[in-house]
Structure formats: C-alpha cells, structure tokens
Design a protein around this ligand. Structure first.
Ligand code: NAD
Length: 469
C-alpha cells in the first residue's frame, strides 16, 4: 500500500488531501534527474536565467490569491499574511535574478605581470532544500532562488504538514530544464535520505534546532556543506523613552504574527521599570482586541496553531509558568470548538529558568519581565543558547548602539520588529544556525570557489630544479 501524508486543515481538523510519500526508488530517480538537470542548467547564461526568474516571479504574483488560499487551508496562517508571503517569495526571485549575474567572482592581483588570476564562483551541484511548515513558500524561495540563480539544481522537500502550496509553486516554475527543480514528499525519513544521498552535494535546511543538529552531523560526516537555519527564542527590549502604546502594539504583533509560529517570533519581553505597568496594560488591551478565527476571513488577525502537539507545547509552557508562580494577565487557554486555536496570552512574574523563557514556545505568548536597567535586559537577552533575532524599542541613540553591539543575534531590529530585507543576510548566531540566507551571503552559500591561475607565457621558472645552479 502507498504511504501517504494526510494534509489537515488546522482551523477545522479536517483532512484536505492525502499526498503519496516519495519512495526510495522515486527519490533515486529524482536525484538522477536533478543531476542531469544540473548539467544543463549550469550552462544557461546569467541573463537568460534572470529573464526566466522574472517570468516565474510574475507567475507567482499572478497566482497570488490561489497560492495564498492553499497555504491558508493547509497551514492555518491568516490569508492576509499568506498573500504577503507570496509577494515576498516573488520578490526574492527578482532579487536573485539580478544579483546572481553580478556575483560570479573577482580578479585578485596576479603574482607576475604576464599572468591573470581569477576567482570563479561556481555552482555546487544538487542542493537538498528542506523546509518547515510555517513559511512554506518563502523559506523554499530563500533556498531555491539563490541556489538556482547560482546554477545549481534543487531537490526540494516541503514539510509533511504543508506540501500542497509548494507543489503548486513548483508547477509554476515551468521553463527550467527538466530536473533543475525536483520536489519530493515525506517527513523526516525522506529528509534524512536526501541528506545521505550520494547524488546530493549540499543541504540547505530550515527547521528546529534538534533536527538541524542531526542534519548538520550527517552532512559533516559526509564532508558536505550545510546551511542550517534553526529555531529561536527572540528577546524584545522596551526602553523607557518610547511611546508605550506603539511599543505594546509592536510587541503583540511580534509575538502573535502567524500565531507566534515565526522562527523570529518575539518570545521574551524585558521592560524598563518606569513604563512596565503602562506597557502591560496597553499590551493586554491590544491582545484582547485581536480577532481570532477562520484564517480565510480577511479580518482575522490570529489563526490556529499548526497541530495538536504544537498547541499542547504552548499549553505546557504557560501552565508550568503559572504553576511556578507567574501571573496570567490575559489569555491562557484554547479558543473555539474545533481546530487548534490558542488565545493571545500575557504572563508576568516569569523567571529565566521557566520553559516559557528558555525553550522555543512557538505560540502567541508574551512573557514579560521587569528589568532593573538596560544592562540587565541585555544580559538576560543573551542568556539562552539561541541567537536568531532580537528587538529593541528606543529612540536614544546611545542605547541603540549599545544594543546593536552587545546583543548576540543574527538580526537586531530597532523600532521595526521582524522586518526582513532580501538584500540583507538572515540567519542565526549561537545555537540558531550556521550560515546565512538572503543578501550576497545567501548567494555565496550556494557557490563553490575556484581560483584559476593563468600564465600567458610558457617558460622555465627560475625557482624550479635544479636548486644548485
Ligand atoms: P522540524 O525540524 O521538525 O522539520 C523541518 C523539516 O525537516 C521538515 O521538512 C521535516 O520533514 C524535516 N526533517 C525532520 N527530520 C529530519 C531528518 N532527520 N533529516 C532531514 N530532514 C528532517 O521543524 P518544523 O516543526 O517543521 O518547523 C518549526 C521549526 O523551524 C522551529 O524550530 C522554527 O524556529 C524553525 N524555523 C527556523 C527558521 C529560520 O530561518 N531560522 C525559519 C522558520 C522556522
């Protein structure tokens, strides 16, 4: 019997479709097609690649509503957020279409005057791209666009939770040589078989720290390059010089976007004492005003969590914090009769040892700590093994500089939480990952470096044998 993935709509709990899991033989065939696709695609000139990328990006935009609807049904993220995700996905292809043409190497000074030294940036081969369910198209694009723009072929596996929009996305990438993009379906077993496959030259992985560690270890054993974008536990510092109302709205959005299931969700809040009371009051009022419900409804702010285990983890974190003495300001419970909804939740009186302040919660929860001063806020911000993103609210330039320099994170957002930029690298410090996506770094991640040394003359060099003359 064929093994299948049951794709469940997390807003209703209903099965949408069953997708056959890729078998070992099908994986081997996909890798073989990718290898031959790579040989063809790497020879396509940059301008031609760029034109095709712009066409693909145009198709994504044209099918924006369709893709966003599929994502909304399979993943539960509100339609409005998914519609944005399609546009960001398209923008990523446009960006790499152009910068890849401009980043194929450089010329170092040669050793002798009649020589030419070239540094060539080449594709690596077949790149295994493994993505999670929270931003299925965008996180695939952050790998596919630079990997393909650099001339690689891609073997893509969407999450077992959200294969449908990605399947449609790949259909819309028509025009690439056969095998340049191959899609496979399955959970960890298929993912691991991809990483171990001898026909794969690199793995680009986004997912949890635990899986990332395993993927990285397998890649290291094979001496194969890996790019690892892992989880986070992002801090959010609110200084006392800010408009508290705006900062509170920014905080609630940063914690509740995609029901808190963003790798860079703000998961720990450190507030200076002068404004702590006002901040909590404003955040409570705003959190209680959010519209929870059907993610297809354009007015919905907050959809469901991805699945029951995801919701149970959030419940465990909140309940254990309350048992250990934290106070529940608002929320702290399920919502609705069906689906995996959880109310926006604010906790105070939390301590650094609580799971809600230490481990990734991945839910709409704001645990708030009142700190003595900015030094303590930064020390606590740096106190977890994660280092993905960090947010700060202040207009005091000295405080901005201090936070910028002292917080250990791959991205520090000041007064504009969670805004990604195609042209700037994204990734984690410490346990949040190895490598970067986006920007020039995100292109080089998929390029191998070759030094070519050319001498225009054929002559005996004076430093050759015999030494005795
Ligand atoms: P996950 O680690 O469970 O799964 C991620 C992907 O890896 C899925 O496609 C899964 O099938 C696959 N996989 C599972 N086991 C594997 C194995 N042994 N070998 C190869 N592949 C395997 O993560 P998830 O629950 O899908 O996603 C949520 C996590 O992703 C969170 O920790 C979140 O912070 C993280 N995330 C990180 C970023 C980032 O850019 N840093 C972005 C989004 C999500």
């Amino acid at each position: 019997m064929t093994e299948t993935l049951k794709v469940i709509n997390p807003a209703t709990g209903e099965v949408m479709e069953e997708v056959p899991v890729t078998t070992r033989e099908e994986l081997d065939a996909a890798v073989a097609r990718a290898r031959s696709g790579f040989r063809e695609w790497r020879r396509v000139p940059g301008l031609e690649r760029a034109e095709l990328f712009h066409e693909i990006s145009r198709r994504f935009r044209e099918h924006g509503d369709e893709l966003a609807e599929i994502m909304t049904r399979e993943g539960g993220k509100p339609f409005i957020e998914n519609r944005d995700e399609v546009d960001w996905t398209a923008a990523c292809f446009d960006y790499y279409a152009e910068i890849a043409r401009d980043n194929v190497g450089y010329l170092p000074a040669p050793i002798e005057a009649q020589q030419l030294a070239l540094v060539i940036r080449e594709p690596l081969g077949v790149v295994a791209c493994i993505v999670p369910w929270n931003y299925p198209l965008l996180l695939a694009a952050w790998k596919l666009a630079p990997a393909l723009a650099a001339g690689n072929a891609a073997l893509l596996k969407p999450s077992e939770e959200t294969p449908l929009a990605t399947r449609r996305m790949v259909e819309l990438m028509e025009g690439l040589p056969e095998g340049a993009v191959e899609i496979v379906f399955g959970a960890g077993e298929v993912g691991e078989a991809m990483v171990r496959h001898p026909g794969v030259d690199m793995v680009a992985f986004t997912g949890s720290q635990e899986t990332g560690r395993r993927v990285g270890a397998i890649a290291a054993e094979r001496l194969m390059r890996s790019n690892l974008e892992l989880g986070g536990k992002d801090p959010f510092i609110i200084c006392d010089d800010v408009d508290v109302e705006v900062a509170a709205r920014g905080a609630v959005w940063a914690a509740c976007l995609n029901a808190g299931q963003v790798c860079t969700s703000a998961e720990r809040f450190y507030v200076l004492p002068q404004i702590a009371g006002d901040f909590i009051e404003a955040a409570k009022a705003h959190a209680e005003s959010l519209v929870i419900g059907d993610p297809m409804d354009r007015r919905t702010d907050l959809g469901p969590l991805i699945n029951e285990p995801g919701r149970e983890k959030v419940e465990r974190h909140v309940e254990s914090a309350v048992r250990s003495g934290a106070q529940l300001v608002t929320g702290g419970g399920r919502w609705g009769e069906r689906g995996y909804f959880y109310r926006p939740t604010i906790l105070t009186g939390v301590t650094p040892d609580m799971p809600v302040m230490r481990d990734e919660t991945f839910g709409p929860v704001l645990p708030v700590t009142e700190v003595r001063d900015l030094d303590e806020a930064i020390e606590l911000a740096n106190s977890t093994p994660y280092g993905l993103g960090a947010n700060v609210y202040t207009l005091d330039f000295e405080k901005m500089l201090k936070c910028m320099r002292e917080i250990r994170a791959g991205t520090v957002w000041i007064n504009d939480p969670l805004t990604d930029n195609d042209a700037a690298p994204f990734g984690g410090q410490k346990g949040s990952g190895i490598g970067r996506e986006l920007g020039r770094d995100g292109l080089q991640a998929f390029q191998e470096t070759k030094h070519v040394h050319i001498d225009s003359r054929i002559e005996v060099k004076e430093w050759w044998y015999p030494y005795g003359e």
